[in-house]
Design a binder for this molecule. Sequence first.
Ligand code: IMP
Length: 429
Amino acid sequence: MANVAVIGAQWGDEGKGKVVDWLASRADIVVRFQGGHNAGHTLVVGNQTYKLSLLPSGLVRGKLGVIGNGVVIDPEALLAEIARVRAQGLDVGPERLRIAETAPLILPLHAALDRAREAARGERRIGTTGRGIGPAYEDKVARRAIRVCDLAEPQTLADKLDELLLHHNTLLAGLGAPVFAKRDLLDRLLELAPLVLPYAEQVWERLDEARRAGRRILFEGAQAVMLDVDHGTYPFVTSSNTVAATAASGSGVGPGAVGFVLGIAKAYTTRVGAGPFPTELHDATGKLLGERGHEFGTVTGRPRRCGWFDAVMVRQAAKVGGIQGLALTKLDVLDGLPELNICTGYRLGGETLRRLPAAPAAQQAVQPVYETVPGWSASTRGARSWADLPAAAVKYVRRIEELVETPVTLLSTSPERDDTILMRDPFEG
Ligand code: IMP
């Protein structure tokens, strides 16, 4: 029996929420290990719809949720989200949710800087969620972050705020944005401290004990490999590592404890925010995918850009992300299209590439090479076995497996939890 890590294999929004929820019902502990409240997971359980950003999805299933040290935590957002799901009837007390003492905090000045910098970038903006994720990670690496454990020490908070404000107010003033007062920030942090600290602990120790007791751990990734700060379409990426290796460093377990890595990919491609997107469609088909797939950002409500399935990119994501099996989602959005294109290479200059080049200009310049395959007219929505799928849909999935060099171990055929075709149980490794 293995643990499982779930990561996105494209640019996010692959439908991780449903797959994570499905797997969480079979796990004992669900761990977030990177990102922050830039993520958005929508979970439909019975007649309730839960919108989670920071909380591990397993909470909805009554499982223990852990927020690891690799996550950046906005305490206001955390408490608001806890209050929201509590109002929906979920029990989210300190016995259900544990937070790493070493996780860095996102403060209002981080979101202010995120937005001021995006505004200053103008046309060249990254399209961030504006929630302070990048500046918070910068402070962590620069060794000036306030961490969860610091909330217990008012003097440490005061000293750290001096250092933070020296840095941030200088930048904010330079960008023409309002600056922050130490007293306001300190007072608020002291108010928040007793609300957050009951959740805080050394989560590595709990995870170690759970592992030794044979508990099943699900590591829940946020964003996706192509938004990874090292391996993605830099600089149009998020500020954390989103690959499966981060499940280990972002929660305090060894790499061997991560177990089976399931990558989630849509049967087509979407992206929110700016940056290269070789298979993007600006035509009626792109619009159709967006409408049928309800492609609007969970966090920001922005319409997502849509395009054909890019096997070159997902193959690369599988290799660098450590993906051992693919969960393919939203196949039903393609129902009724007469033919489908799959990107099998990129043309750049006179060459055909089977990888995304590293340089931003080259990433923008590549032209997709398509293989056209027949579509299917019958509906795949709600299919629960291979036999329910039209032959052309099965062929499409098989071709994706070949090109991505990774088996499709799970197929999701509607937002409903049970409309899933399982080829291999990830917890069986
Ligand atoms: P940031 O994470 O807010 O800094 O945003 C950086 C980039 O990551 C932007 O293109 C965002 O749109 C994208 N991004 C961040 N979180 C998500 C997500 O959960 N799904 C999809 N894109 C995301």
